[in-house]
Ligand binder design. Structure first.
Ligand code: GRF
Length: 194
């Protein structure tokens, strides 16, 4: 049984889907929510599902031990970012090779990078008159939104699309693909505990 930690600092709708997907799974369980924002919706979701959460602080994350000893104590095998806006420090990337993934609400490499999150992404897509947007699931390295792509799924950007309507479409795609992608990766023989 693999232990999955979800790093999330927002509403947590993806976290909820992932938690529920693995609730009765024979292969993995979400055992920890890591969050940098006290009061974030995801903390309530964790509580409802009886999953412990860890509130992290900037200084320790970036200049201290990056919470690595704690993650090891929790025997975390796989890290899923779902609305986590801080860059993942090198110490974690190195300690979890190919075991940290992220989801981005656009088709990377476009509309990614620092500051490109939430409605800003969708506004940029609409402003550029893109006809298609979608989701990108990718491995995490030390550069924002830069690791190898695992899956991209597209959706049309309709006439009169707003950031809100596009966000809603993208969330549907995220919820229907992210949990299964995580399951597939965990099932791969090379994602066993190192
Ligand atoms: C998602 O759109 C994801 O692509 C991005 O952050 C958002 C998180 O949404 N990285 P939620 O908190 O899971 O609803």
């Amino acid at each position: 049984m693999k232990n999955v930690a979800i790093f999330a600092s927002g509403t947590g709708s993806n976290a909820k889907k992932i938690i529920e997907h693995f609730q009765n799974s024979p292969i993995a369980r979400v055992t920890l929510i890591v969050c940098n924002k006290p009061g974030a919706g995801v903390l309530e979701i964790a509580k409802t599902h009886g999953i412990p959460s860890l509130i992290i602080e900037k200084e320790r994350f970036f200049s201290g031990d990056a919470y690595l000893p704690l993650l090891q104590e929790w025997q975390i095998d796989f890290i899923v970012l779902a609305g986590f806006l801080w860059k993942v420090p090198a110490a974690l990337v190195t300690a979890f090779p190919q075991k940290i993934i992220n989801i981005h609400p656009a088709l990377l490499p476009k509309y990614g990078g620092k500051g490109m999150y939430g409605s800003k992404v969708h506004e940029a897509v609409i402003k550029a008159s893109e006809k298609v947007s979608g989701i990108s699931i990718h491995y995490v390295n030390e550069i924002y939104d830069d690791g190898t792509t695992i899956l991209q799924v597209t959706c049309p950007v309709d006439e009169n699309e707003t950031a809100e309507t596009l966000a809603a479409k993208i969330h549907v795609l995220e919820h229907s693909h992210y949990p299964q992608v995580i399951e597939n990766l965990i099932k791969q023989p090379d994602s066993k505990k190192s």
